[in-house]
Design a protein around this ligand. Sequence first.
Ligand code: GAL
Length: 338
Amino acid sequence: MEFVTLENRNGIKLKLTNYGGIVSELHVPDRSGAFADVTLGFETLEEYESQDFPYFGALVGRFANRIAGGRFALDGVVYDQLALNDGENHLHGGKRGFDRVVWDMERVSGDGYSGVVLRYLSVDGEEGYPGNLRTTVTYKLTDRDEWVIDYEASTDKPTIFNPTNHAYFNLAGHDSGSVMGHEMQIAAKGFTPTDAAGIPTGEIMALEGTGLDFRQPKPLGRDIESDDPFIDIVGGYDHNFALREAPGELALAAVVYEPESGREMKVYTTEPGMQLYTANFLQGALAGKGGYRYQRRDAFCLETQHYPDSPNHPQFPSTVLRPGHTFRSQTVYAFSAR
Ligand code: GAL
């Protein structure tokens, strides 16, 4: 296991490790050119390995988000049981998911970028999933100030797959407190309401008139304490936004702007969904870089993915991966300042 630091021609630095594919530092400039590290994390491998931490910067898989009861059916076979690690449900790949394994790592570079290729073979039955699944994730830092993530996978048995990266961002700096002043815009068509455990009801609801309507930019804090029942039930933002009905071409999914520093982040993805999570479960228990204790709402996550619990909702875009097919997905986090 090791750390690698990528740096682009504008001085942006992205530090990562092949443990969990974790991005532990990301230094980007503000409007005056001053750099800050905008992602939550720890300094040492030992801290990542020895602590229970909520996926800071990590790859998540095989299946991001929740699968009700850790159970699903595929081609008439019932897969019972995926690891249960979130009450009665399966979350983010289980007890030892992509975030807790050591990936093979190779450095790559090309015209206008440097990066790493991470590879992991998840064996048939791991965490309850069928099929030997070979996953390749490429991280690139480009001279256009983008962090590009490419996912590819193949399997030898029909299976389900839905990876993401779980970076926690704070565009004012990882140690600067609440993100409630960040302005968020999300190009969504609707959202998938859930029960209190985060399991979708199966509906895709309109955003209009809810606190989840970010089609025009608004501060994350504006409606978070309102009595909106969809926000209330999960204690903040912790929702999957339906960007489109099926995976497609790379498209703009979100723009986040931090007014004091002027830093802006745009998220592009080929995925049909994206989870906005406002770190509602952080509570100061974890001391991050520089000893700073991460508190509730000190960060936001925009986890590009398919919809939660898709295997149990045939009306959602499919997460089935079959032998002979290659899964491909791309997400880009692009940084600027104004
Ligand atoms: C998010 C999820 C939250 C919580 C968090 C990890 O992706 O939506 O409900 O589980 O990960 O603490």
